[in-house]
Design a protein around this ligand. Sequence first.
Ligand code: GLY
Ligand code: MN
Ligand code: MN
Length: 436
Amino acid sequence: MITAQEFARRRRDLMATLTKNSIAILTAAPEQVRSRDTYFPYRQDSNFFYLTGFHEPEAVLVLIPKRPQGQFILFCRERDRSREIWDGRRAGPEGARELYGADDAFPIDDIDEILPGLLEGRDRVYYALGRNRTFDTRLLDWIDGIRARARSGAVPPDEFVDLDHLLHEARLFKTATELKVMRKAGAISARAHCRAMRAARPGLYEYQLQAEIEHAFASEGARHPAYGSIVGGGANACVLHYVENSAPLQDGDLVLIDAGCELEHYAADITRTFPVNGKFSAPQQALYEVVLAAQMAAIEAARAGNHWDEPHRVTVKIITQGLVDLGLLKGNVEDLIARNAYTDFYMHRAGHWLGMDVHDVGDYKVDNAWRLLEPGMVMTVEPGIYVAPDNRKVAKKWRGIGIRIEDDVAITRKGPEVLTAGVPKTVADIERLMAL
Ligand code: GLY
Ligand code: MN
Ligand code: MN
């Protein structure tokens, strides 16, 4: 559980990096219409939530370091008895102060009157321009309004600085509490994958396996998947972000499930690939062992001091070698790597940062060089091999097989900690679980 103290510490840490006499402004995520009068489930913007824990739409966070009357200001929807009967409870400015620790809180409808006064006289505005065009325009209008009063002594801010970079660097390093939540998200997601493995059988539709997984997420308190669950039987596994999930599972095929829950706004991201009927065929197993060897070696390489690209490099080497050994690629391994021959079969990178966003924030390069892995970072390790069903350059038995194995790994002082180890991934362990 991320406590009020931790949210306060995040604001304090961020404000300590802002320049003197500055102001930072962040907007809540807008609601998204799904179809007339109905909305997609609301998900707060990760940066906004990271600093507030506030989960309502139509809110604006303002941070003003060293402001004597208070540094943490929240604009939010007012309490409204009739709207709350229809659409749900609201904290209101009173709740923003009492429950979320705001020093000052105002109705969002009053922002035009109040925010220009807070902007006036500041030297610098920290704000992520370009992410919310409607709000960008309003902000520029407020600043124009201050400029128009310059002759009567109003001083507009003269510098805009992107807030994302500072915030994203902070979010990249997970605290002990964040890791605890991510461990739990990983464990819930792992159990959900086990449930899907046990439920799989020929004739079941992909969306029915999706239902098994998402049922397990929700029943353990993780109410939403962190991203659209991918359930691809047979050649559907070769579509990397296949989310149709509409086909029946065939006897003799593999099925790839890439799904993870979101818990307290933190994502898990797991992929497992297993036989629909519980038993790998020889060609399936041969390719699977290559991906697994690459994945395990890459996890070993996910260590403090190694650079970000090292786990990926390891997977490229093992996968290229494996494809040569099995006859899918021909030639010298070094040459094949140099001319990226493996990308016909392995066309994505070995992983990404993981956190509040599934493809989490944080730079991968610093000063144009891959950054070094450090304790507190969390990443996925997810190599794959995908043989297009129409690839006539390889023997027929390989065609249409798609395999990815993905775990979530925290970089710790003691080495890689796999947060998603609760779901089996060796051929023997998967077949054993599926036989139960
Ligand atoms: N689930 C998206 C990914 O693995 O990157
Ligand atoms: Mn994934
Ligand atoms: Mn991933």
